[in-house]
Design a protein around this ligand. Structure first.
Ligand code: FES
Length: 375
């Protein structure tokens, strides 16, 4: 590529707002809806503290505003406090995305003292029984509730995050009550996305249409009732939707993911798309990964989309939907997302959704590789 072409890219592409720092794939939970890849990265392949600190400094220089410390379970990393400290030093807003089952009060206090800005705590169920059934971890619910209380006692803002599916969608009202009880400021109700490990469990996770509709009505009523008290974010599960989700708010538009071993990804499932070349943050500066790596430039903008999308007035709203879903269901990542009502695959997806929702399959639990300790 010529210097002029490089310079044009660097001038026209806005910096990412967010960095999703997947510190580790190790996790104490075994959730069947895990969207991490089927092949998890091992502890021995994880980047060092110094690697991550350099990446955080580069992120700040690039223009990133928020860092989402994620995993797996980010608290499985012993250097979490140091990494939060670096975020604070660089002026990056730090959001800890955690299961909340392995952080002691002392460690949480150290994270707060290091400058942690926000905690996003996952809940798998609104009671002990459902939480254990989904997470595969006994006693997880009580640990999460205790952790939430400690977060609030330190004055940190708290968001509860729930992935909804067949086994917990009946608990939407209970999740809302739980969020209020725990003093959360925000509740995110996200329906399961069928990538990575979750795809294996689609027949066990897909809810029925009437369950989805009941949940949506409950959310709408609560959003009105609790305005100003609790913010509730909820998105229609895309298999039941007429239009696709604006996945990642556009490929290479707002977010950069870095995997535990350092690969720079435009989305968490991008490695399922064959032929993409991912650059490693061990070898390339974040600036170069964002602007020049082939994977990030593969689907930037909407020019690659088929004619139906080019003339659609939703083109700049949903960007043609999700590339990974298009690949998974049509065999071509350049196709429009097949959940779109204009897609020739839309009817097929509707039929598949009904079939999956009527299956009676047990969960295939996610377990970290044998012999690898999660923390
Ligand atoms: Fe990859 Fe949607 S998950 S683009």
């Amino acid at each position: 590529m010529s210097d002029m072409a490089r310079s044009h890219i660097e001038k026209t592409i806005a910096p990412p707002m967010g960095l999703l720092a997947e510190l580790t794939h190790r996790c104490p939970l075994q959730c069947p809806y895990c969207s991490n890849p089927v092949e998890l990265e091992r502890r021995g392949d994880e980047m060092t503290t110094a690697d991550w600190q350099r990446i955080l400094r580069e992120a700040a220089a690039l223009g990133v505003l928020q860092v989402h410390l994620s995993g797996g379970e980010p608290a499985a990393r012993r250097d979490l406090v140091e990494l939060v400290e670096t975020c604070a030093h660089e002026g990056l807003y730090s959001n800890l995305i955690t299961a909340g089952v392995n952080i002691t009060p002392e460690r949480l206090a150290a994270l707060e003292a290091a400058g942690l800005d926000h905690v996003q705590l996952s809940f798998q169920g609104a009671d002990d029984e459902v939480t254990e059934h989904v997470s595969g971890l006994r006693g997880a619910f009580d640990k999460k509730c205790a952790f939430a209380s400690e977060v609030r006692a330190l004055g940190l803002p708290l968001t509860l995050n729930v992935v909804l599916h067949r086994a917990n969608i009946h608990q939407v009202d209970d999740f809302i009550a739980l969020a209020l009880e725990l003093g959360a400021e925000r509740l995110e109700l996200a329906h399961a996305q069928y990538y990575g490990w979750a795809l294996r469990n689609r027949g066990a996770l897909m809810p029925q249409r009437h369950e989805v509709m009941t949940a949506l009505r409950a959310v709408e009523a609560a959003q009105t009732r609790l305005k100003g008290q609790l913010a509730i974010d909820s998105v229609v599960p895309d298999y039941y939707a007429h239009f696709p989700k604006p996945c990642m708010n556009g490929w290479g538009q707002q977010t950069i993911n870095i995997t535990p071993s350092g690969l720079g990804l435009p989305c968490h499932a991008a490695q399922t798309i064959p032929g993409l070349e991912f650059w490693s943050a061990r070898e390339h500066a974040l600036f170069d990964i964002w602007h020049h790596s082939p994977a990030f430039n593969a689907f930037r903008g909407t020019d690659f989309l088929p004619e139906t999308c080019q003339s659609c007035d939703r083109r700049d709203i949903d960007h043609g939907g999700c590339r990974c879903q298009a690949l998974m269901m049509t065999g071509d990542a350049r196709q429009m997302d097949p959940v779109c009502q204009h897609s020739p695959w839309h009817e097929e997806i509707q039929t598949l959704t009904l079939e999956e929702a009527s299956r009676d399959e047990p969960f295939a639990y996610r377990r970290f590789a044998r012999g690898e300790r999660h923390a």
